[in-house]
Design a protein around this ligand. Structure first.
Ligand SMILES: O=C(O)CCC(=O)C(=O)O
Ligand SMILES: [Fe+2]
Length: 434
């Protein structure tokens, strides 16, 4: 039986000229990033809002970045500071009306003493210990920013899945005042912004170390190509774990950009130059809330110590897969899946939908099969004082693509642990590229 000619690839191709295709022009517009990365357009951002180490080349004073040029987006103390000096940008306050109006006008607000001193201390100690424990156990995750030229991995450490790493993090997810004293206020603002059925999408600590590369400025909700001027559909709650300044790489933010970018509409180019970025400055224990349309990114840590924040991302619940195929798929279906099939069912996350930091387009199949066999152990509470036995547990992350590729670049791993897992290979083999 022959296939009707209308269904052949050749027919379909010759009847799909670009200008007749439904929304391809919009999907391929690459906006707003094409506009954001435009050179000599935005204020105090002569190379645009994205890092391109090749522009600096070998000649820069710091490899990959230039800390001497006021007109580069991540240097905010010169012309950029001048621009913002007289403006009434958000300051840490406790009053919900002020916070609401800051969030509306500037895209972010700062909750003064969102964590009490005791809550701040317990969270900070737990995180410092956890991050050091993960480095010693050889399961630290290095991501978020570019590697310094010549290095194999980024020097920004992420601590993923905080819900497994201390009771206080679970309390934060519930907005329980026991873990975060401003919990009820934070929850009210989230309810108003996204609706009370929002989900917690991620809860991660981000530790940038001296001379890390900055992130390109981005909207956290830009994983979807739509720009909506009415309301955001994600909001971040950021727990500030250090006194943040321009010096230690306080988060870069373009105040008011949530309106300026979304005004261009989905697929539209930004026509007016955007104002410069600031580095966030706020005392430790402040809780920042910023909405998903705000341009922001990790700044350059020019201090001698590390800079730590925790970010909880909350999302509207509408764009999940209706069926959680990664749990319901039968073993044989996964084992025989083509790369295309596995991508479509969510087994190859691209920044969303990963397991413990494995989200960079790799496969999650090995982890899922280990779970089924009762062999997948999530990383839990760790600290550098733990025994080799505790640090050397057979965590599932060690068997993930990310875990394996970074295992050889973990300078602090306890040697006995390093040796124990030197020969790990995944039992499941990825299908050949089709
Ligand atoms: O590290 C920061 O200050 C911000 C991090 C961030 O924006 C991100 O990872 O998406
Ligand atoms: Fe972000």
């Amino acid at each position: 039986m022959s296939v009707p000619s209308e269904f052949t690839k050749a027919y379909i191709e010759s009847n799909s000229p670009l200008d007749e295709q439904l929304y391809t022009q919009f999907i391929k517009s690459r906006e707003p990033y094409r506009s954001l990365y435009k050179r000599n357009f935005h204020q105090s951002a002569k190379d645009g809002f994205s890092l391109d180490p090749s522009i600096i080349g070998e000649a820069g004073p710091t490899p990959g970045i230039d800390l001497t040029d006021d007109d580069v987006y991540y240097n905010t103390t010169g012309a950029a500071a001048e621009y913002w000096r007289e403006k009434d940008l958000p300051r840490p306050v406790k009053d919900i009306r002020t916070l609401r109006s800051d969030l509306e006008q500037w895209g972010y607000c700062l909750i003064e003493e969102g964590l009490s001193a005791a809550q701040y201390n317990s969270m900070k100690n737990r995180l410092v210990e956890q991050a050091a424990g993960e480095r010693k156990a050889g399961v630290a995750s290095w991501m978020g920013t570019e590697p310094i030229p010549g290095q194999a991995t980024s020097n920004t450490q992420f601590v993923h899945a905080l819900i497994n790493k201390g009771e206080q993090f679970v309390q934060c997810v519930e907005h329980d005042a026991k873990g975060v004293q401003a919990g009820p206020l934070i929850e009210q603002l989230l309810n108003e912004t996204m609706g009370p059925d929002f989900l917690m999408s991620s809860f991660i600590a981000i530790i940038s170390n001296p001379n890390n590369m900055p992130q390109g400025l981005h909207q956290d909700q830009a994983t979807a190509p739509f720009q909506d001027s009415v309301a955001p559909y994600t909001v971040n709650t950021m727990f500030i774990m250090e006194d943040m300044t321009a010096q230690n790489g306080g988060t870069l933010v373009v105040p008011g950009s949530h309106k300026l970018v979304s005004r261009a509409g989905s697929g539209g180019a930004i026509k007016e130059p955007l104002p410069p970025a600031i580095n966030l400055a706020a005392p430790a224990g402040t809780v920042m809330m910023f909405e998903g349309r705000l341009l922001h990114g990790t700044g350059v840590n020019q201090s001698n110590g590390s800079r730590m924040i925790c970010v909880m991302n909350s999302i509207k619940p509408f764009m999940r897969q209706q069926e959680l195929h990664m749990l319901s798929a039968k073993r044989q279906i996964l084992e025989n899946g083509s790369p295309k099939f596995l991508y479509r069912i969510g087994a190859r996350p691209t920044t969303l939908g990963g397991i413990e930091g494995t989200w960079r387009g790799e496969y999650l199949v090995n982890q899922r099969l280990m779970l089924e066999e009762g062999r997948y152990l999530s990383v839990g509470v760790l600290s550098p004082d733990m025994s080799v036995e505790e640090l050397g547990q057979d965590f599932g992350y060690r068997h993930s693509d990310s875990g394996l590729s970074q295992a050889v670049h973990q300078p602090e791993t306890e040697p006995a642990v390093q040796n124990r897992y030197a020969d790990v290979v995944q039992t499941w083999r990825a299908p050949p590229k089709s």
